[in-house]
Design a protein around this ligand. Sequence first.
Ligand code: A3P
Length: 330
Amino acid sequence: ESQEQEDTSSIITALVSKLPTRQGWSQSYVLYNSYWINPLFVHGILHLHTTFKPRHDDIILASNPKCGTTWMKALAFTIINRSRYELGNNDHPLLSRHPQELVPFMETPTCHTNGDGLNYLEVLPSPRLLTTHMPLSLFPPQLSSSIAANGRVVYMCREPKDAFVSRWHFASKFRRCSGEHSTNDLESALDMFIQGFSPYGPFWDHCLEYWRQSISSPDKILFLKYEDIMSEPVKHIVRLATFLGVPFSVKEEEDGVPKEVVRLCSFESLSGMCVNQLGEFVRLQDKVIDKSDFFRKGVVGDWVNHMSEEMGRKIDRVMEEKLKGSGLVL
Ligand code: A3P
C-alpha cells in the first residue's frame, strides 16, 4: 500500500508543478480550479480526494483564512465536548492546548500519512471535528455525498476589509522572516486582493459557494458571520449548538452555560492564555507561524486604522459587484 501511496503522491506532485504560479503575500501560490492556494495545500486536497473516508457524524468547520477560524474552532470544540469537559474546570483542554491544535486542518501536510502509514484523520475518535479552508467545490466527492446525506458544515465569514487587513498583518510576519522588503505593501496587497489573488481567493467566490449552498440546504450548512457573533454572541452560540445537534437545555440556559462558552472562547480569554502566547505552531517551508500569530486584535472594523477610505471603497466596489443578486451582504 505504501508503494501505492508513493505513486499517488508523485502523480499529485507532477500535477501541482504544472499549475499556474503567482508570487505574493510573501509566498507562492498556484491556481487550482479557479482558486489561489498554497501548493502544499493543493497537494493535501488532492491527497484527500483519494484517501478521505467520511464518517456520518463528521462536523466540518470551513472558512476563508483570517475570518475567525481559531475562534470557531474554540467555540465548536467547547460546545460539542461540554459534557465531557465541563466549563470552568481547570483541566479544560482549551487551557492547555491551542485551538488550532485541538481541531485539525484537513488539508495540511501534518494530516497526511505519518511514519506508521496511518492517516492522521483516520485515527481521530468520532465525532470528528475537522477544519478546512477548501472551497466547497474542492471537497472530495465522497465528502460532498456524505454531507448531502448527513452532513454538518459550519462556515465562518467576515467583513472583507477586516479579513484583508488581518491577512496582510499575517503575511507581513512571513515577510520579516524571509527578509523580503518593500514589495507587498498594503497598496499592492489591496490590488492583489481585488484581482481575486489572495490565499484561497477569490474571497467572494469562496463565500458565495457556501452562501448558495446554505440557502438551498440550511440543515446541512450553517453560514455564520464574525460580526454577528461579536454583536450577539449568546444568540449565535445557541444557534450553533442547535445546528450541531447538541442544543442547550433550558437548565443550561438558566445556568448561563452559553454565556460561559462565549467568555471562555473570547479573544481576551484565549489570547491571554500562556498556551496561546508562547511557542511555534508550525513551520511551513521556511516560514514559522507562532501560536500568538492567530491572535492580533480581534475586533470589528479595524481596517479604518490601516486603510484610507478610498482603499476601503475599492474593496466595497468589487464585493458589491461580485455579490450582486446573491442576497449575501458582507
Ligand atoms: P485580526 O487580525 O483582525 O485581529 P483566523 O483564525 O481565521 O486565522 O482569523 C484570525 C483573526 O481572528 C484575527 O483577526 C484574530 O485576532 C481573530 N481572532 C482570534 N481569536 C479570536 C476570538 N477568540 N474572538 C474573536 N476574534 C478572534
